[in-house]
Design a protein around this ligand. Structure first.
Ligand SMILES: [Zn+2]
Length: 724
């Protein structure tokens, strides 16, 4: 809020201190005709003037109709502390206003104080307001009633401008609920539900990546349990853009539940590719192609897709008009004023909704820690120019296959430098094809060649665009680096450009890739080159711009781990959102939002389903748990025959272990188990031997105790018992 301070402290104070007040208003207290706490200069106001001002106020159109200043408002010095729960409606606004009063004595008053001159307005002295020595001032502006009225008027307009949400009808009974089911407390896997009494929409259905403990798991999709419980209410799936972490789980959802899908053409084209892969071709009948700047009635919601700039084409934010008020959901964005295709973020629409009053803003927190602005995508094109100039042999460029502007810039530079383009890698080929078909990549066929044609050209006539910037084992670049690619063998004359940064969690695999590339002797161009990659997410200054355009009452930072959303909350508070009107959520938290309050009401089931990409099938949780156990603690197999009559092992039990004891100790360990088994059987009640399952459980329990005691490990134990 410092930004709004009318005085010059602001310019020196760069640090953002969260404050609750939107704006200190030095003139606010004039609403009260007899305010004992009023500062000396205000004390000069005569009661007649005040009446006059009140009169004027009533006669002019009020931009802030349901928020008339309270004529009887009393300043409350205690108000400067947080003394409420979530601020609520009218009373809250009064709090805000009274909050300002404790400051008023320190505040710089008005124009006549500048440059140390002393006021010569005799009224001020007469007021007894304590203006020491002011009567001696000469040659300064006289503050007359007209000027005071004008100041008052402007202050009111400013207040309305800074708090447009005050137009929201506080008496409205409208109520909505918002539940993130993925994407909070994590990067990726974005999915959320917005509900009214009668309607629910699902916003994005994204996937995320497993960590190294999830053996054999390729991707994670959100748990759809909650969607099953409200499926009759769900009217649509609303997609913001075509990134995997926003659409990647769509086919898995559609195998369980199907709803109409609303999205821009590229996002739908990318979903179609997925549906085709999963045998869901027929489900394209659920597609609804949206037009920007148009409202769609979905249940009792009106939704507009607003163009934004991001690291994929056709990305959007959402403006959702609900019975409780307007919600703006930025989704992933940055503010690129010079995007590759020339279509900037539609900031006018954010301003339009902001001016009408926005109840709640949900905004992208991914880059909350980055000060300043994220650079424009176009800077990478200039870097490519420089790198192409330097390259003597083949150029191999790798980036995210969805970053079409990046790919396009590389291709365009390649063509300019007389190179043929060879696209390698399944997702890269598919995305380039899709984007060319939709007209987003306008490069003629003649510039493209197939991979087997590469040797026909000289080295400086080749540009290879490929996948694998994250060091993925199966991706084309890694196979080239490991000398396992069928067509492309790396040569020392090659230049490999990695135009990406490692996604958190992928650092080790990227480092592994770098090692292989360096070993192969190629020239690697990576993050040490300035502007070889720029982020697709907003830095703090862009986050602030959105906060200021939208000026919401409530704020929910989304898309990010806890530290990202917490940082974004600080930025929002610095931009005038009341701290009590910001909530830090986790996946599964359900918040209720009304014009009066924002509060968490319950927690719903969330989680991840494991997917094996080889067959696109689910891996059950217990399978992954068993794999973790096997990987960390090994396995013990016990096969034995037990005589019911003697309670003894018949013959020799077969005891094998893997991943627990070294081979040379196998026999010794087997003997320990055998002895333990015999002792256990002798002490067992005869009827226990009648229940097959019980005896196996008992044996498992005994072995576990023994192994925990002797080895401090928890292996998988599989007894197979035959009772004879
Ligand atoms: Zn994205």
């Amino acid at each position: 809020m410092e930004n709004n301070k009318p005085n010059n402290e602001n310019s020196q104070n760069q640090e953002q201190k969260p404050q609750r007040d939107r704006r200190p208003n030095p003139h606010r207290q004039n609403n009260s005709t007899s305010n004992p706490n009023r500062g000396p200069q205000e004390g000069a106001t005569q009661s007649g003037n005040t009446n006059n001002q009140n009169q004027q106020r009533e006669n002019r159109p009020n931009p802030n109709q349901n928020k008339k200043p309270h004529p009887n408002r009393k300043p409350n010095p205690n108000r400067s502390q947080n003394d409420g729960e979530n601020s609520e409606g009218q009373s809250n606004k009064q709090n805000r206003n009274t909050n300002r009063n404790p400051n008023q004595n320190n505040r710089k008053p008005n124009p006549n104080q500048k440059s140390g001159n002393k006021p010569n307005n005799p009224n001020q002295n007469r007021s007894g307001g304590g203006g020491k020595g002011r009567g001696k001032r000469k040659n300064v502006t006289t503050v007359n009633d007209t000027m005071r009225a004008s100041i008052e008027e402007n202050a009111r307009v400013k207040d309305a401008t800074m708090n447009p949400w005050k137009q929201i009808d506080i008496a409205s009974k409208g109520k909505i609920r918002f539940t993130p089911l993925g994407g909070l407390g994590e990067i990726g896997g974005n999915m959320a539900v917005l509900e009214t009494e009668t309607t629910a929409i699902v916003i994005d259905v994204g996937m995320s990546f497993p960590d190294e403990t999830m053996h054999g798991v390729d991707i994670l999709v959100p748990d759809f349990s909650y969607l099953h419980t409200i499926k009759d209410k769900i009217k649509a799936i609303v997609i913001t853009h075509g990134h995997e972490d926003h659409i990647g789980a769509m086919p898995y959802l559609f195998k369980e539940l199907k709803f109409p899908i609303y999205a821009t053409p590229l996002a739908l084209a990318m979903i179609e590719n997925k549906f085709n892969e999963h045998g869901l071709k027929a489900d394209t009948k659920y597609f609804n192609f949206v037009t920007l700047r148009k409202q769609y009635n979905i249940g009792d919601l009106q939704i507009e897709w607003m163009h934004n700039t991001h690291s994929i084409i056709d990305a959007c934010s959402l403006a959702i008009e609900t019975p409780a008020g307007t919600i703006i959901h930025t989704a992933d964005f940055k503010i690129d004023h010079t995007p590759v295709d020339g279509y900037t973020m539609d900031l006018h629409r954010y301003a339009y909704y902001g001016a009408k009053g926005v109840l709640c803003l949900f905004s992208d927190s991914t880059n909350s820690h980055n000060p300043g602005f994220t650079k424009s995508e176009t800077v990478v094109g200039r870097t490519f120019d420089a790198l192409f100039d330097l390259a003597k042999g083949r150029v191999i460029m790798s980036t995210f296959s969805s970053n079409v502007h990046r790919i396009y810039q590389a291709m365009e530079r390649g063509v300019k430098h007389g190179r043929k383009i060879c696209v390698i890698g399944r997702s890269m080929e598919r995305n380039v094809e899709t984007n060319r078909a939709l007209g987003f990549v306008d490069i003629a066929d003649k510039h493209f060649i197939e991979v087997h044609e590469v040797p026909k050209y000289s080295e400086n006539e080749i540009l290879i665009v490929t996948t694998g910037s994250q060091g993925e084992t199966m991706a084309a670049l890694n196979r080239m680096a490991s000398d396992e690619h069928r067509h492309i063998k790396l040569k020392p004359s090659d230049t490999v450009i990695i135009s990406a940064s490692a996604i958190p969690g992928n650092e080790a695999s990227v480092s592994g890739l770098m090692n292989k590339l360096v070993k192969a002797g190629v020239t690697v161009r990576y993050k040490e080159i300035p502007d070889i990659h720029v982020s697709g997410h907003a830095g703090q200054e862009e986050q602030k711009l959105i906060l200021r355009l939208v000026q919401p009452k409530f704020f929910l930072p989304v898309h990010g781990e806890y530290n990202h959303i917490a940082k974004h909350a600080q930025t929002a508070a610095a931009c005038g959102v009341d701290e009590r009107n910001i909530l830090l959520m986790s996946d599964g938290d359900q918040v209720e939002i009304t014009p009066k309050y924002l509060k968490k009401v319950k927690t719903v089931k969330t989680g991840k389903t494991y997917i094996d990409n080889q067959n696109n099938m689910t891996i059950e949780d217990d399978v992954v748990l068993d794999r973790q156990k096997l990987a960390e603690d090994g396995i013990i197999n016990v096969v034995a025959q037990i005589s019911q009559s003697t309670q003894k092992v018949v013959g020799k039990p077969v005891i094998t272990t893997h991943g627990l004891v070294p081979d040379k100790e196998d026999k010794k360990f087997a003997k320990e188990i055998e002895v333990m088994l015999e002792t256990m059987l002798l002490n067992m009640k005869p009827e226990a031997l009648k229940n097959h399952k019980n005896i196996e459980d008992d044996i498992r329990g005994s072995i576990r105790k023994h192994v925990v005691r002797t080895k401090k490990r928890y292996p998988l134990i599989i007894p197979t018992i035959f009772i004879v």
